[in-house]
Design a protein around this ligand. Structure first.
Ligand SMILES: Cc1cc2nc3c(=O)[nH]c(=O)nc-3n(C[C@H](O)[C@H](O)[C@H](O)COP(=O)(O)O)c2cc1C
Length: 241
């Protein structure tokens, strides 16, 4: 507050001096600019502090209630930092079910998360499995289809375990998952597939991903229903160790 008052006083002083005469115009202009610079620096500092406070608030909420995590888009893609937790949950989710499971895994394990988003988001029409011409049907019918990823790339440095999740589409992994695994090296990393589906099992999807990745130690994956409980997920994770 004191600083604001002194900045305001300096501005008034600069304006007052400007009115005094032409021969001092340049010097006053410089002074006014200095004040303006200080003033905007202060605004910037204030913004940052508020932003930081909001981030702290958000992450506190995120670690407390799981439902809020699922809806909290600001905590997406926490992975890739230099000092990471060593565990990462990578997921693609077109309608939110896999995302819900992914967030629960992250909550249980303390993992970072990374969401694979399609460069061209899937619309409802794209996801219509009753339409043999829909985008998803065409992609799933084409083993070589590799939809482009729109999320920023992530550094996998420091991760030793990656949970990798996706919905089952036509009994398999969505082709965008193949785009992902073909773009990264998983050397030295334990890869743990998980998926959600209406009723199908995980099928060959985990093996397909392992084959296309060509690196990493891939564990057998696990299928969940869209509304899998944290207890169910926790007992699966405990069984892995
Ligand atoms: C194009 C498409 C194909 C699907 N194919 C299957 C399938 O073969 N078997 C199944 O049980 N569910 C299938 N589903 C349902 C999804 O696997 C299920 O709703 C999943 O939980 C969606 O996850 P998401 O909300 O993370 O996208 C399909 C859904 C879509 C959109």
């Amino acid at each position: 507050m004191k600083r604001k008052i002194s900045v305001l006083a300096a501005v008034l002083l600069a304006i007052g001096l400007t009115a005094c005469g032409n021969n001092e115009t340049q010097a006053k202009h410089d002074a006014a600019q200095t004040v303006q610079a200080e003033s905007s620096e202060e605004v910037k500092t204030t913004d940052n502090t508020e932003e930081e406070a909001q981030q702290v608030e958000t992450s506190e909420v995120a670690s407390n209630t799981n439902d809020e995590i699922v809806e909290d888009t600001s905590t997406e893609n926490t992975g890739g930092s230099e000092e990471n937790s060593g565990v990462l949950v990578v997921y693609f989710s077109a309608t939110g079910n896999t995302k819900g499971v992914a967030k629960k895994i992250a909550n249980i394990t303390g993992a970072d998360t990374y969401e694979i988003r399609a460069a061209q988001e899937y619309t409802d029409d794209d996801l219509n499995w009753n339409d043999s011409n829909s985008r998803s049907t065409k992609e799933q019918n084409d083993l070589a289809a590799r939809p482009e990823i729109g999320s920023d790339a992530i550094s996998l440095d420091g991760y030793s375990t990656i949970y990798i999740g996706y919905p089952i589409w036509w009994g398999e992994e969505p082709r965008i998952m193949d785009t992902f695994v073909e773009n990264y090296s998983f050397d030295g990393i334990t890869m743990i597939p998980f998926c959600t589906s209406s009723s199908s099992g995980i099928g060959r999807s985990g093996q397909n991903l392992a084959d296309n990745a060509g690196s990493g130690t891939w564990l057998e994956g696990k299928r969940f229903g869209g509304g899998a409980s944290e207890d169910e997920i926790k007992s699966w994770i405990e069984g892995l160790q």
